[in-house]
Ligand binder design. Structure first.
Ligand code: GLU
Length: 485
């Protein structure tokens, strides 16, 4: 890195949600800025008025914030390069388009939609690899242009791409990339509604905002020749480019809604931790070069480098995300987990039950190693919170023996006699019963587990007893004896 302070941007078109691919782009930009003491900028690319979504910008900012990716410049945070919302910069684009027209690097095009459609059909018939504008309006005389403009004829402004040109691009991730100008269309720069297209606005803003590195998804690589032509035509120095690998479904197709959630908000609402999501997304196309996979954001900012971003598509593997969620959850301070659990309880069917701090503590201790999500504290062991009527058949077959009723009865008698039994008291009582009846502990433990939980696995049986309390333990033992005999 040179000693120029890098300025990078995340430049989403607000669609109403933050795509996980967008989060990856935002994150890599953020990490790069932090790593090299640069600035992370948010720019809103909202020049496609057909796609305008009410409230989308606010939502996007909220999602970025939730992930911990605070921008230093952007909407509401002026750093001297604003406005940061493209629809508020229309006059700037117009001014720049005029300059291009003046230098013949761009031209007015008055072609009607019908003509363009006919042209497309014709090219399709000829099986040309891609539809391209035929430069028809490049030939218009000054006078025709003047008359057309004066008569208010609708127009667009197009980039004048010269034929027969090789366009070279240096990309930090992809290396040297080369394009033939024959495959580059005379891109519309200014639309008939007076709004710029993405290409023009993006380049003008990246330059005016002092962007040093353009870090974005690979889907924009094919647009980059148009962008570098614009830089060249304006006489501006190009930024460095880094195109990030595509995100893929497990079947290697492009990541799509059809195969799972793609919105950050969906993951948040499903109970994923932001730490896990950010950690997971960081690894979609980047590794530190060791086997380590568990990272906090702060650590990533120390390790991240664009040189270690892969070219190959990155598979979005939800199992890995789930694993990371469990890992991050387990490493959280207990108080925080309890607070999250309280919130979860408040919106659950158990909202009316009062849980003491002590009880919540016990639940967390007993279950933490068994859950990947906070909500699973409530769903993975429902017997901790409510009675049940059925017993797992397999376990009954395997664990409920002829003497089980008798042994549990004796255990119940002992428990009955203890005031406010602790976990150790249950354990002690059970050992006594086993000893007095000359049986192994297992002969009592397994039926007890079945009686209090209805299943064969789960947290420690004495933890379960302590959590559900003496009254429930005794009731459940009585019920199991009645039903299982
Ligand atoms: N507005 C583009 C998008 O929605 C930005 C692409 C770029 O970063 O240049 O992703």
């Amino acid at each position: 890195m040179s000693d120029v302070q890098p300025r990078v941007r995340f430049a989403p078109s607000p669609t109403g949600y933050l795509h996980v691919g967008g989060l990856r782009t935002a994150l890599y930009n953020y990490l790069f800025a932090k790593r090299y003491n640069g600035k992370f900028i948010l720019r809103i690319e909202d020049t496609d008025r057909n796609r305008y979504v009410e409230g989308a910008v606010e939502k996007l900012i909220e999602s970025l914030k939730w992930c911990g990716l605070d921008y230093e410049e952007g909407p509401g945070k002026d750093g001297g390069y604003g406005p940061y919302i493209q629809s508020e910069r229309l006059s700037i684009y117009k001014e720049h388009v005029d300059k291009l027209i003046e230098n013949k690097h761009a031209y007015y095009c008055f072609c009607t939609p019908e003509r363009l459609e006919a042209l497309r059909e014709e090219q399709q018939k000829l099986k040309l690899p891609q539809a391209k504008y035929d430069k028809h309006c490049l030939e218009l005389s000054e006078e025709t242009i003047k008359n057309n403009l004066e008569s208010g004829m609708p127009y667009v402004v197009r980039l004048n791409v010269p034929p027969g040109l090789r366009i070279y691009i240096k990309d930090i991730v992809r290396g040297d990339v080369e394009f033939d100008s024959e495959v580059v269309d005379d891109q519309v720069l200014l639309k008939s509604d007076g709004y710029p297209t993405y290409h023009l606005a993006n380049v003008v803003d990246d330059y005016l905002m002092g962007i040093t590195h353009v870090i974005r998804g690979e889907e924009w690589l094919s647009s980059t020749p148009k962008h570098v032509l614009l830089y060249d035509y304006f006489g501006w120095r190009r930024p460095q480019f880094a195109h990030l690998p595509l995100l893929l479904n497990p079947d290697k197709s492009k990541l799509s809604k059809r195969q799972g959630d793609v919105a950050v908000e969906d993951y948040r609402d499903k109970g994923y931790l932001k730490e896990a999501l950010v950690n997971f997304v960081a690894l979609l196309g980047w590794t530190a070069g060791d086997d380590k996979e568990f990272y906090y954001l702060e650590e990533l900012t120390e390790k991240f480098s664009l040189e270690r971003v892969n070219k190959a598509g990155a598979v979005f593997n939800v199992e890995k995300l789930n694993w990371l969620n469990a890992e991050h959850l387990r490493k959280k301070p207990k108080d925080e987990i309890i607070d999250m659990l309280k919130k979860e309880i408040a919106s659950s069917e158990y909202a009316s039950i009062t849980f003491t701090g002590e009880l919540l503590n016990q639940i967390v201790d007993a279950m933490l190693e068994r859950v990947s999500f906070v909500k699973e504290f409530l769903t993975k062991a429902e017997y901790l919170f409510k009675d049940f009527d059925s017993y797992d058949e397999e376990t009954v077959k395997k664990r409920w023996k002829e003497d089980s009723s008798l042994l549990l009865k004796k255990l119940a008698d002992k428990i009955e006699a203890i005031d406010n039994p602790l976990k150790e008291d249950y354990e002690h009582a059970l050992h006594q019963v086993a000893e007095e009846n000359n049986v192994g502990n297992g002969k009592v433990i397994h039926p007890l587990r079945l009686a209090v939980s209805g299943v064969g696995g789960g947290p420690g049986v004495f933890d379960i007893c302590k959590i559900i309390g003496k009254k429930n333990v005794l009731n459940r033992i009585t019920k199991a004896i009645e039903i299982l005999k």
